[in-house]
Ligand binder design. Sequence first.
Ligand SMILES: Nc1ncnc2c1ncn2[C@@H]1O[C@H](COP(=O)(O)OP(=O)(O)OP(=O)(O)O)[C@@H](O)[C@H]1O
Ligand SMILES: [Mg+2]
Length: 1055
Amino acid sequence: MLIAQGRLDMEGALTARDRVGIQDFVLLDETTEVAVISNLKKRFSKDLIYTYIGTLIVSVNPYKDLDIYSKKQMDVYMGVNFFELPPHIYALADNAYHTMLTEFNNHFILISGESGAGKTEASKKILQYYAVSCPSTTLMNTVRDKMLMSNPVLEAFGNAKTLKNDNSSRFGKYMDIQFDSQGDAVGGHILNYLLEKSRVVHQNHGERNFHVFYQLVEGGSDDLLTQLGLERDVQHYYYLTQGECAIVSSINDKNDWKSVKNALQVIEFDETNTSHLFRVVASVLHLGNVHFDPDSKGHALLKNNTELNWVSDLLGVDANSLKEGLTFRKIEAKTEQVLSPFTIDHAIYVRDALAKAIYGQTFTWLVNRINESMENKDSSRKTVIGLLDIYGFEVFYVNSFEQFCINYCNEKLQQLFIQLTLKAEQEEYEAEGIEWEPVQFFNNKIICDLVEEKHRGIISILDEECLRPGDATDLTFLERLEEKMGNHPHFVTHRLADKMTRKTLERGDFRLLHYAGEVTYCVVGFLDKNNDLLYRNIKNLVCQSKNTIVRECFSAVDTTNKRRPETVVTQFKNSLQKLTEMLMAKEAWYIRCLKSNESKQPGMSAQKRSMQSTRSFYDRCHPITGQFDEALIRHQVKYLGLMEHLRVRRAGFAYRRKYEDFLKRYKPLCPATWPHWRGMPADGVEVLVQHLGYLPDEYKMGRTKIFIRHPRTLYATEDAYEKCKHDLASKLQAKYKGYKVKGEFKKQKEAATKIETCWRGAQARKEREKRAWAVKVIKKFIKAYINRGEAKSTDNSEYLVFVRQSYLNRLKNNLPKTVLDKTTWLTPPAVLTEASEILRKLHYRLMVRKYVRGIPPQKKAQLQMKVVTSAIFKGKKESYPPSIPQPFLDTRISEQEINIRVLSMIRNEQIKYSVPVIKYDRNGFKPRPRQLILTKTAAHLVEEAKIKQRVSYNSLKGISVSNLSDGIIVIHITCENPKQKGDLIIQCDHLYEFLTKLSIIANKQDAINVVQGSIKIEIQSGKESAVDFTAGQEAMVYKAKNGHLMVVATRTRTR
Ligand SMILES: Nc1ncnc2c1ncn2[C@@H]1O[C@H](COP(=O)(O)OP(=O)(O)OP(=O)(O)O)[C@@H](O)[C@H]1O
Ligand SMILES: [Mg+2]
């Protein structure tokens, strides 16, 4: 349902017009029956059963439960403007209620429609709405309960299953709900109209008697049935079985009986009343079973008295008198009373009359009792909302007295509607200061007059015939009608009709052309039904009944009064007159109920209908009756006068709204009124409609409202509004989007800040953990440091690992770069002393290895020579250490510096080394500069071009040097003969170079001696001397007095 979409904005009817048909018929483009029905159908197919004609509701019976009557729905409609929400019965109920409260006046809701259209359901829904949504107090709750509970009781006694409706109301009902000034429902009052009493004694085929009989027999306790002399079998009772459908699947009599009993308690029926009420019901059942036999003259005889005795017992009347009353008529002559026996038919007539009378009167009594129970005794002024649930037009195949009364009632209500609507329209025009424009519509006053006019109307004629002494019959009544109405345009009989029409009329028929259509009535039974006679002796009898209800009912009728009581139709006419007067004083709201189909079938949803298209061929040839029966709807639209109503409602101006409301909705259409109109609303509307280009004829400005003549003008405005709404919506959307994005940005920013905070927190926590960890580690470190000297334990093991690691790492970066660097070596921690030493050695070896590998061959040879030198002199001769860095040269005298003759002399010997020396003579020790040339085999002492001495290496006995820093060398030579020169004393500046070369060339390493103090020399074979060495201030060589060569050497400073 649309309602489920929540509240629509103002003028929901306009907004929703294209989606689900039009919600208000007033706004239909064309007011044809076809358009009306098509709109109804469109909406009905979507389960939208309510449609407005202005403030009137057309309701189509869905024959299924719709989810639109919940408390939630009631809340939705509460206090909401009529046109704001989709049409609903609650909208009408609510608006009537609020208008009543604000204007403090009386209202009534007229619910009409044919049997089964949903009138009673509608009235119950309204009552429920008031019960739920009006403010309440505990006290008021009981009044409410009573009002609600009066329904099941009245329905039990006044409703019955008919062919048209399984719960058909067989009486008219008008119920006033009284409200106090706060809006509380504080009391109620019911008026009942023309109960269909004939049903008590006769039911057509397929119909039942009033529900209460079946409920009692089916649901009453065993005890109760025994007390009432009843059997638990509805088939046993003549009055219950004529329709041959005592049991109906849609009705649960047993349960209903419980509800009725419960309801009777709520409306405070005491035990006596309840018991007497059931006794009346039972007495009617027994009465129906009273059977007459004919005597020899054909008069009625009552042979079996059992049923009669039960009747007399239950009604508390004398059995004999009752028997007499049922079989004889008492005729009062001047002085005596004469009993005239009845024929069987007559006796049955009297029996049935008694049954009808008792039941009918009891029904009225029941209504009165309910009224007493609901009565509000507080005298403060109250306002009322009346609910009129009254029979709609009835047209049967044969129409009788009842249909005549019912249809007359509908004519009266139509007349009331016309008067009220026209009055209301006229008043509105007047109030708004708009000139009244006559409305073209059919006024049914002429038909009302035809029926009810004094002395001339049908009712008067009927009464006259009923009261006329002599042999008045239904047919004489018809003749009188023909005489009096002969040329009335709305009246026709077989005799009066033209040829064509006559064919459609029986001789005993008369036809009325009602505002809703023609109805043909059969006059048979009119007089009897109108008389509704109960013979006086029977009347007197029931007046003395011990059953309080019966006594109350009949004692009210003055039996002593010889004047005939008012006929039924006159009573009815009078009650209608009263009703009309009462309603005229109130504001009217209308609900027109339509039956969707004759077979009580629920409408099908679109989905179901599409499924139906897949049904078999047979099924399609025999479609399910039900749903939306167009012909039936057309018939009702006509008989309910919907088209008339629509025409009246649309006659002048189709649409009118308060200036404020109109301006509020349409102000966006004009720049001058949008977004705000600062002046009077009426001026704003004038500006607005001028801007929209309304022609003068299309609208009128009232005092408080604008009146628009044609729906098309309004639709054009509405369409413009829709378009404009879209534009506005886009603008709003843009704004909103901006706003949303801003919001989003803000949110994101907030989120970022939050994340940042969280992140910082997390970081700080991490940092804290790190620090805690660090503290732990440091503490551990310190502890390990303190214990570093101890044996490896858990306390220091890690530290020691660290120390090792860090030492090794540091060492790696601080290794000595050269073999000579003996100082650079990191001091190891205690634990690594040994390892450090090993590493150091390894490192030096590695460096040496590297160094050695990197030495060139020349240098290698040099070094090898230096090694030899070292082996000979290291630690022995004082001047040795300073000589170490001095490189050895290949020679000290190049070949060019050697005399060519010398060279030629030693040509055969390869020169290995030459060096200048000072030779000391063996005698006198005179120094002489010489060249010393070493060849492969000998050393040659050369002076210029002469080789002064050749010392073969074979003859080289030894070589001696001092331990001091002088350069004196003594070469010991083997002297085999005295001619041979002795040992050679020389001084050489390159002592170590010379001696190393010599020792290598001559292979005489072991022959060199380092001597302390003095060296013996052999001057000649057998002649010795010595060279003495001493250290002194100044280096000197001289011949000492002892004939020795004295060598003074300066001290070499040692580091
Ligand atoms: N609004 C509704 N929703 C569902 N079902 C409904 C509605 N109105 C009526 N009905 C069905 O239609 C049936 C007949 O309705 P109701 O008794 O109100 O008719 P009525 O107009 O009072 O007839 P009558 O003139 O015979 O009393 C109900 O019993 C119910 O099944
Ligand atoms: Mg009803």
